[in-house]
Design a protein around this ligand. Structure first.
Ligand code: KG4
Ligand code: ZN
Length: 353
């Protein structure tokens, strides 16, 4: 039972994604339809609009994934789909599509947890990553530290008490008048290279808490106040700002990024210490989720991993942000050990109406 081909569908947030992956690790296709234009226009994800955008493209995205893989539905071993966490209206679009497809072609269904998929996809690209391993998952909505002991057995060592780091990147980008069409995080990463990271002394969050939790709401406020005091006007795009104003925006970006990531470093280091008490033989620190595509983040966490005797592993950037490959791969991992549902009834959706 180890030549599997699984279609993965992901619609938990603003990207509609599908991919076909083989159990030997071959990615047969990968399609992502992004709502970046909507996002840039409204400065965030509006659930109802995101749902409509998913509905409009889901059939096409899935078809394209099958076509690019040169397969039809009946060649598949199973369908995997993200069932949460995420925006429920959006998740439903993917789940309905998956159930309909699985039902009409008698395919088993694998329900996938979005964050588990972010953590496991690295096992597709880096075959040496075995359980147990430490994972830091950083995205727009999540900021968690887990000890992955076995497939399906995850011990959460820390999470955010308010915002996730990606949210802080996105808001900072918006307040600095950056181009949000690709991603706020990427815009900050690029601008930060031009700035002086020591120019504004933001306070590192949660320093006095001897735990592994995160908080980014306070840093967001500090950044907003700094931007106000520098009279930076988000309505003026950075490309139209004066040279002096541009360089002061770069200073904010660099100073923000340094402290945002320092917070990750401190908590991650503590979590590794805790985890090593339980799993002294673990070898890897996995960092994944949209923010893990950031090179500065990778470099800094590489230092933390080395200091603690671990090796840092990250998926390639295209597999760090939301994608269908991670869902398909997680589907393969679960399917292999018998964790899947039988095909749904072929006509269940018609019946439900
Ligand atoms: O994993 P993801 O695609 O979606 C969620 O599950 O949230 O992560 C999206 C987040 C956004 O906040 C985005 O700004 C951030 O990842 N991001 C980055 C970079 N690329 C994407 N943050 C920092 N640096 C980047 N290069
Ligand atoms: Zn995600």
């Amino acid at each position: 039972n180890d030549d599997l081909v699984i279609l993965g569908i992901e619609t938990s947030c603003d990207d509609t994604a599908a991919a076909v992956v083989r159990s030997n690790g071959d990615i047969l296709s990968q399609v992502v339809s992004s709502q970046a234009d909507l996002l840039a226009k409204y400065g965030g994800v509006a659930p109802k609009m995101a749902e409509e955008a998913h509905s409009q493209v889901i059939d096409q995205v899935v078809q394209e994934a099958l076509d690019k893989a040169k397969l039809t539905e009946s060649d598949l071993s199973a369908v995997a789909v993200t069932i949460g966490p995420g925006l429920s209206l959006c998740l439903r679009v993917g789940v309905q599509k998956a159930r309909k497809l699985a039902g009409s072609h008698s395919l088993p269904l694998v329900n996938v947890h979005h964050m588990e998929a972010h953590a496991l996809v690295v096992r597709l690209t880096e075959r040496e990553v075995q359980f147990p391993f430490m994972a830091l998952l950083i995205s727009g909505g999540h900021n968690i530290l887990i000890l992955a002991r076995e497939l399906g057995q995850y011990l959460q060592l820390g999470t955010t008490i308010d915002d996730a780091i990606g949210e802080a990147y996105d808001k900072t980008a918006k307040w600095l008048g950056l181009d949000l069409r690709r991603s706020g995080g990427l815009a900050i990463e690029e601008l930060a290279r031009e700035g002086d990271a020591g120019s504004i002394k933001f306070k590192v969050p949660m320093k006095q808490h001897k735990d592994c939790n995160f908080s980014y709401a306070g840093l967001k406020t500090q950044v907003r106040l700094a931007i106000e005091s520098k009279n930076i006007d988000a309505e003026i795009p950075i490309s139209s700002a004066s040279t002096e104003d541009q360089s002061s925006r770069a200073d904010v970006a660099a100073s923000f990024q340094r402290v945002a990531v320092l917070h990750l470093e401190e908590k991650c280091e503590r979590a590794i210490e805790w985890a090593l008490e339980m799993e002294p033989f673990m070898k890897h620190l996995v960092v994944s989720g949209g923010v893990a595509s950031n090179q500065y983040v990778r470099d800094r966490l590489d230092q933390v991993a080395k200091k603690k005797g671990l090796q840092l592993v990250c998926p390639p950037p295209s597999l760090c942000t939301d994608n269908g490959v991670m869902v398909a791969w997680t589907g393969i991992e679960h399917f292999r050990v018998g964790r899947f549902d039988p095909p749904p009834p072929a006509n269940e959706l018609e019946d439900a109406r």
